[in-house]
Design a binder for this molecule. Structure first.
Ligand SMILES: Cc1ncc(COP(=O)(O)O)c(C=O)c1O
Length: 365
């Protein structure tokens, strides 16, 4: 049997580690583990979503809806677009990325990513036979390097990924810069707004002027549904209809649809989730900035990136010490463009944040 070359050569994707896995590996009580590793919602799931799912449990033997009319309308009105501009994915925003790859990529096409950024773009598009071209995200300025993107565009460029706020750095891309890129190319510009709710900014208004804009979003962050795997994309209706041709028909489960729909009706939960996360982010930023050995970056998302090299420890060591004490943060070594001295900390409840800060201070000494 001959495995596809790209698959043979592919570096596996490194996801954040789960509470269950850490409890087992470190012999810890799962209830006492603090998870600040995967940018989830510290408030938990909306109670309206929980009730709606419980009410539907007995219908698990039925196939899900395939046209997703109800959820599509409610996403369209939440986002301020028409229903023809919406596509929903059943393995989160990651599935939407895969569907974009299936729809657009011929082997040898190029895609541009600004390093460091969300690693799944590269992982998925390589599988589709596309070739990554690396542009830059400037650190310590925490700003996209526009020239490096413009200089990377070739006749083979199919997609340009712009993540705003950027994962893992937390910086945003100005709308003017996004327009500059949209106007410099016919390639699709994917603006990943997985964390837009925490930044107070979005780029939906540009959809009416730019057919080559696609906005990627998720229910995994502020909507508190990471485990249900729901993502969506907003784009021009022609692209969306081609994407729907290749998307797995039933990838969004019944329960995920129900949970997503109910969460969108729970506006109080959404508003509170945003304010709780911003409060936590501000607290963590203030407290981490007081630790002289750390360089922490301002963020518009629900996580903070810290350069830890002046602690004298590298990220695997500091993460290991935190794990032994029941705290999960993200070791950023798997982000191309970052070396062995970066960690990303997701917002928690204020109580979790406080415990984390105390443990971190003990470890640094
Ligand atoms: C920037 C960014 N985009 C997309 C995703 C994918 O989200 P999901 O597949 O959980 O919807 C993530 C998840 O961490 C992310 O950080």
């Amino acid at each position: 049997m001959k495995i596809k070359k790209v698959v043979e050569e592919l570096d596996p994707y490194v996801p954040g580690r789960s509470i269950k896995e850490i409890a087992r590996d470190y012999n810890l009580n799962p209830d006492e583990i603090i998870k600040l590793g995967s940018n989830e919602n510290p408030l938990g799931t909306s109670s309206k979503a929980v009730d709606a799912v419980i009410n539907d449990l007995k219908l698990m033997y039925r196939y899900p809806e395939s046209d997703l009319k109800g959820l599509t309308s409610s996403i369209a009105s939440y986002s301020g677009v028409s229903t023809e501009q919406v596509i929903i994915g059943g393995d989160g925003a990651d599935e939407i990325l895969d569907v974009l790859g299936k729809t657009l990529i011929d082997p040898g096409d190029e895609f541009i990513v600004t390093l460091p950024t969300y690693t799944y773009y590269e992982f998925t598009f390589k599988i589709h036979g596309a070739v990554p071209v690396y542009a830059k995200w400037n650190m310590p300025e925490n700003k996209v390097n526009i020239d490096s993107i413009l200089n990377s565009i070739t006749s083979r460029t199919k997609i340009i990924f712009l993540c705003t706020p950027n994962n893992p750095t937390g910086g945003i891309i100005e709308k003017g810069d996004i327009k500059t890129i949209l106007e410099s190319t016919d390639s699709l510009v994917v603006v990943d707004e997985a964390y837009f709710e925490f930044s107070g900014e979005n780029n939906v208004d540009l959809l009416k002027d730019y057919d080559n804009l696609f906005i990627l979003r998720t229910f995994s962050k502020v909507m508190g549904l990471a485990g249900m795997r729901i993502g969506y994309g907003l784009g021009n209706s022609q692209l969306i209809s081609y994407m729907k041709r290749v998307k797995p028909v039933f990838s969004l489960t019944r329960l995920s649809q129900i949970a997503a729909y109910a969460t969108l009706t729970d506006t109080e939960y959404i508003t509170e989730s945003i304010s709780v996360s911003i409060e936590s982010r501000d607290y963590l930023y203030r407290e981490l900035s007081k630790i002289p050995e750390l360089d922490v970056y301002e963020s518009k998302a629900n996580y903070l990136l810290a350069d830890i090299r002046r602690t004298g420890m590298n990220s695997p060591l500091i993460c290991e010490k935190l794990l032994e004490r029941g705290i999960i943060v993200r070791d950023c070594r798997s982000f191309r463009g970052l070396d062995d001295y970066w960690i990303r900390i997701s917002v928690g409840t204020l109580e979790e944040d406080e415990k984390f800060i105390n443990v971190l201070k003990q470890i640094i000494g």
